[in-house]
Design a protein around this ligand. Sequence first.
Ligand SMILES: [Ca+2]
Ligand SMILES: [Ca+2]
Ligand SMILES: [Ca+2]
Ligand SMILES: [Ca+2]
Length: 296
Amino acid sequence: MGESYLHKKQVMHTLLILLALLVVVCQAEEGVGRIAFDFHHDRNSDIFVMDADGENRTQLTYTTYPEHGPAWSPDGLHIAYDSYRDEFDEHSEIYVMDADGENQTQLTDTGNNWAPAWSPDGSRIAFISTRTLDTEIFVMDADGGNQTQLTFSPHYDTGPTWSLDGLRIAFSTYRDGDMEIFVMDADGGNQTQLTFNSEGDYEPAWSPDGRRIAFSSDRDGDSEIFVMDADGSNQTQLTFNSEDDQYPTWNPDSSRIAFHYYSDKRYYIYVMDADGGNRVQLTEGDCASPAWCPVE
Ligand SMILES: [Ca+2]
Ligand SMILES: [Ca+2]
Ligand SMILES: [Ca+2]
Ligand SMILES: [Ca+2]
């Protein structure tokens, strides 16, 4: 009887340890999040998604033409991207698909269009188009309707990203002789310059909490990830190396930043804390343009 009791106690003890381990594993899985990106292979590229720890990679597009620049809808159910698959006009056009790659639908069909960015309420998509004389920022309804021009400068305007309240759009422009970050009202009004230097400042990414803007800057001679307050103050360098660090994207609680690192003609996705600490490599080569899903 004593032995049987001891045996039961050991079994219970083992079960409790297993249960505790299971709880720990489930908690770890829950908080990981997802990152979409483009994978470059054989002069082609396709959209993939992976867990934010680099695991469980899934291919979403399978065309022989390049797909780039995935952007999540705020509810995490859809991904917009650009593709050259429209052979008829050989242009880059914006498409949208379900987050599992189903229902791929073309939204634009005039000029080259790319760099889609969803408004925080999911109703609109800002993007870049060459349908006028040069590159301008446009906005459209999420179903492709009401395509409207927001910038009218004779220079390169690119990289739109929305503020948390949906009232402002940050972007980059070549209008002062090199690339600078600007911010404007969502209808194109009140365009205000946030960076002022003679090297490139580009790829702004507004943090989900609305407080900060991460961006790429060449001001120290090669590309580095910087962050600033949304009014342009407190510009702070987060990466320090002689290769190119670009394309920042924030995790949902604004505590981490993923980006791509370009070295020896190959792209690698990295992640770091929002203060630049704990930099970790997530992928091997040829994975670029990370986009962190806004919901976990
Ligand atoms: Ca492809
Ligand atoms: Ca322009
Ligand atoms: Ca500049
Ligand atoms: Ca660098």
